[in-house]
Design a protein around this ligand. Structure first.
Ligand SMILES: C[S@@+](CC[C@H](N)C(=O)[O-])C[C@H]1O[C@@H](n2cnc3c(N)ncnc32)[C@H](O)[C@@H]1O
Length: 259
């Protein structure tokens, strides 16, 4: 019997907004019981509304422990090819490709280091993360029954351990936007280098929407969120031609082709 898929994003990301919600609800009750000034009631009410809205957005908009859907059917429409997943984490992006494109194979690359430990529960510390991270990713690939079409590769997306023109396609979801401007530029150039001419690159990053930033707050925005225009420019500079771009809840996506 297969075990179930568990992407393992930390509970603090998924449920952290319930902490200010509980504080605000307690304050509201106290304001009523103790007849504190109305301004305190108003502030507590606003805090409660913000934290509940943020909780709902993270649950139903971001849904980080849920399955990822391909944002565009144009990606690897042939259904075949060797695909690199840059920053695979615990397998959401690799599964997105393997399940929707049944004749592909995927190399799931991740650094399995500090950034992995900051996102995923029970990742361990130091050198442990490398081993536990790979085991977690393999467990999810196996639970989905796609492990025979996947391989796991530790590595840094800024210095990929592959020859030029190795892959038919590259995918990266919510990983390159953790690297800052310089690191993201390096990763995009590496994506172009390892792609075959004409190969496709599907990039998904957290959206820059100001409302999302305001509502979801610091739990979601521990890294920078450049605009769609900045991503487009950075991808073109790295050697890509934009094919399609759009939005999904909390997400910007870009489908590009190596020039
Ligand atoms: C938010 S997770 C995204 C994981 C997965 N793609 C998803 O959508 O669930 C970001 C991942 O990028 C990885 N990462 C961050 N910097 C990296 C780097 N320089 N090289 C390789 N992987 C990196 C982290 O280890 C982490 O697993």
């Amino acid at each position: 019997m297969r075990s179930h898929i568990d992407f393992g994003y930390m509970a603090i990301y998924e449920y952290g907004h319930l902490i200010p919600a509980a504080v605000a609800a307690a304050l509201l009750l106290l304001c009523r019981a103790k007849r504190w000034p109305r301004i305190l009631t108003a502030i507590s009410g606003l805090l409660l509304a913000w934290s509940l809205a943020a909780f709902l957005i993270v649950q139903f908009g971001v849904d980080m422990n849920g399955r990822l859907a391909l944002p565009t059917q144009a990606f690897q429409a042939s259904g075949k090819g060797k695909v690199l997943d840059m920053g695979a984490g615990t397998g959401r992006s690799a599964l997105m490709v393997l399940e929707s494109r049944p004749e592909t194979t995927v190399v799931a690359l991740d650094s399995f280091g500090q950034s992995f430990a900051e996102h995923f529960a029970n990742a361990g510390e130091g050198g442990e993360v490398l081993q536990r991270g790979q085991a977690k990713l393999l467990a999810n690939l196996t639970a989905a029954g796609v492990e025979k079409r996947a391989s796991i590769q530790p590595g840094d997306v800024r210095r990929l351990p592959f020859e030029a023109a190795t892959f038919d396609a590259v995918v990266s979801t919510y990983a390159i936007d953790h690297l800052g401007r310089t690191g993201a530029g390096e990763a995009l150039r590496e994506a172009a280098r390892v792609l075959k001419p004409g190969g496709e690159f599907l990039l998904m990053v957290i959206s820059k929407d100001i409302w999302l930033k305001l509502v979801a707050g610091p739990l979601m925005f521990h890294s920078g969120t450049p605009s769609a225009a900045s991503w487009t420019k950075a991808m073109e500079t790295a050697g890509f031609q934009m094919v399609e771009q759009g939005t999904r809840p909390a997400t910007l996506y870009f489908l590009a082709r190596k020039s």
